[in-house]
Write a protein that binds this ligand. Structure first.
Ligand SMILES: [Zn+2]
Length: 207
């Protein structure tokens, strides 16, 4: 039987359960006897380098890679599924790699942030190309949401959150703040559109 490859994307803000969904989907294939190779960008050291882990402690063995070429060089002939967590932190070579893997009859499943803290398409490492290009290539896209944790007078918003609020030293991060700020205390929260604050963002004008 000829196998048909595909690209599946799991996207959304932080705290929307993307890694859990990736692990769940990959586990189904492993139970069915498919050979899986899982990867994560080396930059993401939250839970060690050799596992994909969700916030609720599910784990999947994965290889940490620092560029997309390492996914190709490690690819084994009989691998049916290639899974990648936090795919937005890789280089834009992933755009070609995803199409190539699908064309070779493999299932490519990736999870990642669609938007950066500014609410703009997440750019691949060192590139002007973004996650948007990978998402539009997909055969299936699941966009997950979190719950907005903005609170006013002790009341939580509780709306569906589609954005990630970056907070630096207790304040919403400025549009032009660098991605890495040495010595600053940083936090991230899931927010709805109304409660996503980006000081100094370009104003949208209707002409
Ligand atoms: Zn809200």
């Amino acid at each position: 039987m000829e196998k048909s490859g595909r690209i599946e994307m799991i996207i959304g803000p932080m705290f929307s359960g993307k890694s859990s969904e990736l692990i769940r989907r990959v586990n189904r294939y492993m139970i069915a006897g498919y050979k899986v190779q899982a990867y994560k960008p080396r930059i993401d050291n939250r839970y060690g380098t050799d596992v994909i882990a969700s916030h609720d402690n599910e784990k999947l063995k994965a290889v940490a890679v620092s560029h997309v070429g390492q996914i190709y060089s490690r690819l084994e002939k009989d691998t049916a599924v290639v899974a990648i967590d936090e795919v937005q932190f890789l280089d834009d070579g992933i755009l070609f790699m995803a199409d190539w893997l699908a064309a070779s009859g493999r299932i490519f499943i990736a999870s990642g942030l669609n938007l950066d803290f500014r609410g703009e398409p997440f750019p691949f490492m060192g590139s002007s190309r973004t996650m948007a290009e990978l998402i539009v290539r997909a055969d299936r896209v699941d966009m997950l949401s979190a719950i907005c944790t903005y609170a006013e007078n002790g009341l939580n918003c509780g709306c569906e959150a589609t954005r990630t609020q970056r907070i630096v030293n207790g304040e919403p991060a400025s549009y032009d703040s660098p991605l890495i700020m040495v010595g600053a205390s940083e936090a991230y929260e899931a927010r709805c559109r109304n409660h996503h604050f980006v000081p100094n963002a370009p104003v949208l004008h209707l002409r």
